[in-house]
Design a protein around this ligand. Sequence first.
Ligand SMILES: Cc1cc2nc3c(=O)[nH]c(=O)nc-3n(C[C@H](O)[C@H](O)[C@H](O)COP(=O)(O)O)c2cc1C
Length: 338
Amino acid sequence: MADMEFISIGNVIIKKTAALAPMAGVADAAFRTVAKRFGAAYVVGEMASCKGLVYSDRKTAELLTISDPERPAAIQLFGSEPEFAAAAVEIAERFRPDIIDLNAGCPVPKVAGNGAGSALMKDPKLFADMVTALVKAAHVPVTVKIRAGWDPEHINACEIAHIAEECGAAAIAVHGRTKTQMYTGKADRSVIAAVKQTVSVPVIGNGDVDSVESCEEMYRETGCDLVMIGRGAYGDPWLFRDIDDYYEGRPRKPAPTLDERLSVMREQIELLVKYKGEYIGMKEARAQAAFYLKGMTNAAKYRGMCGKLNELNDLYELTELIKAENKNCNGGNDNVRV
Ligand SMILES: Cc1cc2nc3c(=O)[nH]c(=O)nc-3n(C[C@H](O)[C@H](O)[C@H](O)COP(=O)(O)O)c2cc1C
């Protein structure tokens, strides 16, 4: 077991446990707040377009709101036009992020097809210009999030990380997959280890961490300074609690009971509705609620019901139904880790 440690990204101190990865459509303010309450060391917001911000797209600005309990928290920007970066930073900084992160890993066609996200890794000059423009404009540390490379023939994470550091980036997060892998196969930890050997700023290891054990492996095998978790945290903020307990030297707590899972699900969705209103909040709650129900008895039926959630009352009815139907199941305690 490691001793409790902290890392610094610029002037931002972060506990060396596990961070919540940026996930568009998933790691919204509500989930980030819950993840933080359970022990996430640091959270990164959903990517926002530099150009979208500059053209004052109201929806883009909504993505940037950070609630104080989330801190330290980053706003993530994507784009491929350095001339929009400075103005985007100025707008983003109105939301008082602790860090600004550049997305250089997103593989989706809407982003990479426009030269942004992972496509920046194919164009080191443009990547350098983007990082430089952000660093010049920002009053907070700028970090970058990259992949291993574009495809297996172009693994250039070390070269890109080196450029980022030269241009003033304060930390580099590496998802150990290529762009063409999307989310298939396994994240390659050796690339993260190689980046750690290349740069002197903190390196954040990301990809396939979904347990205390895999978090510890990521630290051990890569020497990274911080671990970042995406999909492994879906509907499972207890993962951050367990990782925090592990590094604090506290004994492992039992997996959450059914009642605890339902109650945290409600907490998250009530927050979502508070931030986004009932109409949009409940639409987005459908997927979030389903994450919490994974692995429980009759999960498929309940997930089907999640797809029909329209108002908070529907959620309350669903939780009552689940409790009623499972009250004899393990004394109401469903101690299965999802
Ligand atoms: C639904 C979803 C949305 C994502 N959105 C973003 C994003 O906005 N910005 C980003 O840098 N990465 C994004 N990612 C990538 C994750 O941050 C992370 O790098 C990837 O999921 C690998 O980590 P994991 O195996 O722990 O999930 C997203 C991933 C998923 C599954």
